[in-house]
Ligand binder design. Structure first.
Ligand code: ZN
Length: 84
């Protein structure tokens, strides 16, 4: 009977952490959502975000390089035209 009463007292409303999106209820927050889990998750997301940003910059650099290459080729071709 003791256990049943404890369960009924336990909050079953679910919370979602705005930082790590872990869904937890108040009664298992201490197990499922500790500061360690949350900070780790934040770090992981930050890392993922950084990697996405790096990828984007690399792609932009790649595009700039291609543009530069095309311009160089065009310039060389125009130089190779016999001057009249
Ligand atoms: Zn969290």
């Amino acid at each position: 009977m003791e256990i049943e009463r404890d369960e009924s007292e336990c909050e079953v409303i679910e919370f979602t952490c705005e930082y790590c999106k872990i869904v937890y209820t108040r009664c298992d927050a201490s197990e499922r959502h500790t500061d360690m889990i949350c900070l780790r998750e934040q770090f992981r997301q930050h890392q993922h975000q950084s990697q996405a940003e790096i990828k984007q910059v690399k792609e932009e650099l790649e595009k700039l390089r291609d543009d530069h290459h095309i311009l160089t080729v065009m310039l060389n071709e125009s130089r190779e035209q016999p001057c009249k």
